[in-house]
Design a binder for this molecule. Sequence first.
Ligand code: HGY
Ligand code: MN
Ligand code: MN
Length: 422
Amino acid sequence: MNRAVMNELIIDTDRLIQELHELAGFSVCPEPVPAVTRVVFSEVDLQARSWLTSRFDEAGLSVKVDPIGNTYARWCPEGCAPDAPAIGTGSHIDAIPHAGMYDGTVGVLGGLEAIRAMQRAGHQPSRPIDVILFTSEEPTRFGLGCSGSRAMCGQLTPDKIAELKDETGAGFDSIRLGAGFSGALEDVRLSDTAYSAFIELHIEQGPRLEQEQIDLAPVTAIAAPATIHFTVSGEGGHAGGVLMPDRKDALNAAALMVSAIEQAALQSDSPDIVATVGTLAIHPGAVNSIPSRVDFSLDLRDIDGANRDAVLQTTLASAQSIAEKRGVELSHHVLNSDPPAQCDLYLVEALSQAAEAGGYSYKPMISRAYHDSLFMATRFPTAMLFIPCRDGVSHRPDEYAEPHHIEAGVATLARTLATLST
Ligand code: HGY
Ligand code: MN
Ligand code: MN
């Protein structure tokens, strides 16, 4: 490790914060709400990608975009072996409706600033260093989270990509082509030797680091998400003409099922199980019409995949029993049920040493949110580095990360990337 380079790794925090605010401006939320909404392949997403590509160009990185919008910004200066397995970093810039401005973006712009800091310090990487912008990390538009990294890692095949549709019924493939991304879906999958290591910098999206006043957390494992769609079908009818005993009200049945889901999670022995019903749609949705159909989604996670699956079975049994008692039909579809990821211990140690060298406090932690690293870890040695976020808040407009925490994360990332690419 070149001591002189390490001592010269200075982060331009003011510029990075300025860029985070500029990136936040690409949003469909009306000003002056500080919220960000940037759904994949939307106009503001494409504008944000174009703005980011200009930042990559300014840094002298070569930019490659794959057929579904995963974007690779590569630094491989004189003396770097262009065909060697690269060191990757990066995250996502798509944002769920009314979200904050740090989820994902800290990893993309932080990765760029880490490279710029290494350039300023005179680092000579022996192998390429990539900042990756993963397409469609959030499930907002197509229902499936991390579709970009799943496809890169071979966990979402071209035929499965083609099955993904948005709420208008438009298919993923036609939308990505319409957004200007071309090429065969088969070309999205990365080769086995694409990366020798991948590290994602991200806000914790939880309260632990702030509560314990710790600067950084090398992540040791990433929770396993499962997404299940439920449809409850009753009879519906006139709000005045159908007496209570004669009803087969889909919404009342669904409400009991949603409550049963919460009970199944609360009664589980696992402290890490989390169950969320985040969407629920009523048909026909008229004030004077008994709901005939209800569609709702369940986001179920645990670090222990077996426990998550046990809670899912309990949930399905309870929901079916409620359906029978209420005389309604229940169907469900498991959209995804992913195993948890264990991070690479060598990279966790490298991040810990870099934090130590930078004089930052740190403690290893598990990730309760999922990330593109969950899928990168299925193919390449992978780890994450968390920084605190205020009150642990995320996926809300008041999401916030302190500049000095962002600086600590980027400095530690830069030091680690420099070490790995020496
Ligand atoms: O839902 C998640 O864990 C991530 O923020 N998409
Ligand atoms: Mn998110
Ligand atoms: Mn994220």
